[in-house]
Design a binder for this molecule. Structure first.
Ligand code: LMR
Length: 399
């Protein structure tokens, strides 16, 4: 008898699978715009200088490798809360918000999904259409009913009215997932006014927001990008936020993130966190230490924090320049107006509007790798490859 005979093969991950295909491609002209990682002009995903310095200190100063607790390292939690909610946020002093360290932002989403499924039975989770494809599978794997509200339509434009209209019909108590900034996959973000309107609907419908905050610093700035999270945390008694240190600290493979809970009393926060620790124990027991120790070291040291802030600012500015550069490179092909949205979107990604067929041609004929949805990781572009990229896009658009 074969135990595995009935096991069927499933397709590779829509995003990580591209990484394997790109690495196996022998074409020296290949361009990787698949997975959302920042690359410098030479195509390298650098270790930030602030991270290197913090790591050196840790190597010298670390005295033990024993477990950190179920909620992770307390100094990481405290400093991350300040970064996300603001240094002087009264919620912190009043013990109304807490962070549970997780393996990356994906771990935080999984923990949130498990918490909702087990502790808030009967609630559906509402995702933007489109959203990060892993949101869809991850929450379904938690056993949650997954529903959608419109966000960007077939015309590749943000439709806030359609979004609000749909949210107004969401059953009271349901969970709505919102992207704090740098919407993945589209790059279309809500304005401050839009957020106020979403907040009004969330209040009126008594929804529980789960805010995915994976790109702090890549939109308009570390403080500016926290606008929606801080607004919701101050206006709502209860809130879930997932925070990731993968992109802004460049700690991708160290798996560093947190699930942040805002509760309406210090006592209730302890109750909720006790459930999170229990769930985390069954998922990963205790979180990995290294990345969180690096983040805590950087955020706890004024000099390292200033260096890190400057590095995040430089990455953000360079991605913005690449956006503008691609639109310029498309000008000689008569396509700059058609792709003007690339320069207007925020964060690492652009929903280009390219069709799945065009994406396939880009991959097969030009070794340019994008997600099938037409999402391009602008953060993976290089200044000296923009002309090649623009020519390839022009070919698949005009043929
Ligand atoms: C992405 O969307 O490319 C990133 O969030 C990386 C990932 O884990 O998919």
């Amino acid at each position: 008898m074969s135990h595995f005979a009935a096991i069927a093969r499933v397709p590779g991950d829509p995003i990580l699978g591209l990484l394997d295909a790109y690495r196996a491609d022998p074409n020296p002209a290949k361009v990787d715009l698949g997975v959302g990682v920042y690359k410098d002009a030479s195509g390298l995903t650098p270790i930030l200088r602030a991270v290197k310095l913090a790591e050196q200190r840790l190597v010298d100063g670390e005295t033990t490798k024993t477990y950190i607790g179920g909620h992770g390292a307390p100094e990481f939690g405290e400093r991350l809360l300040q970064l996300v909610l603001g240094e002087h946020n009264a919620l912190l002093g009043e013990q109304l918000a807490g962070a549970t360290q997780t393996p990356g932002g994906t771990g935080a989403l999984r923990l949130a999904g498990e918490f909702i499924a087990r502790n808030l039975p009967g609630r559906s989770i509402w995702l933007s259409d489109p959203t990060w494809p892993i949101h869809e599978t991850l929450f379904a794997a938690c056993g949650l009913r997954v529903e959608h509200y419109p966000y960007v339509g077939a015309d590749n434009r943000l439709n806030v009215d359609a979004m609000l209209d749909a949210l107004q019909r969401v059953p009271a108590g349901d969970v709505v997932l919102l992207h704090a900034c740098c919407h993945n996959p589209t790059g279309f973000d809500l304005s401050a006014d839009d957020w106020q309107r979403v907040l009004a609907v969330v209040k009126a419908r008594e929804l529980l927001p789960l805010v995915d905050f994976a790109y702090q610093g890549f939109g308009d700035g570390l403080e500016q990008d926290a606008f929606a999270v801080r607004l919701f945390a101050s206006e709502l008694p209860e809130l879930l936020v997932t925070s990731s240190c993968s992109k802004n600290f460049g700690l991708y493979r160290e798996r560093t993130g947190a699930l942040i809970v805002r509760a309406d009393s210090a006592n209730k926060l302890v109750d909720v966190r006790s459930q999170l620790a229990l769930l985390a124990r069954g998922l990963w027991s205790t979180p990995p230490s290294h990345g969180a120790a690096v983040v805590a070291e950087i955020l706890g040291d004024a000099e390292l924090k200033a260096l890190w802030t400057a590095e995040v600012d430089a990455m953000r500015q360079r991605v913005a320049n690449l956006r503008a550069g691609l639109v310029e490179a498309l000008r000689p092909h008569g396509l700059s107006e058609h792709f003007v949205h690339v320069a207007q979107q925020r964060g690492m990604f652009s929903y280009t509007g390219l069709t799945a067929e065009q994406v396939t041609r880009l991959r097969e004929e030009f070794s340019v790798y994008l997600v099938n949805s037409g999402r391009a990781s602008v953060a993976g572009m290089a200044e000296d490859r923009l002309e090649y990229l623009a020519a390839a896009i022009a070919r698949v658009c005009q043929d």
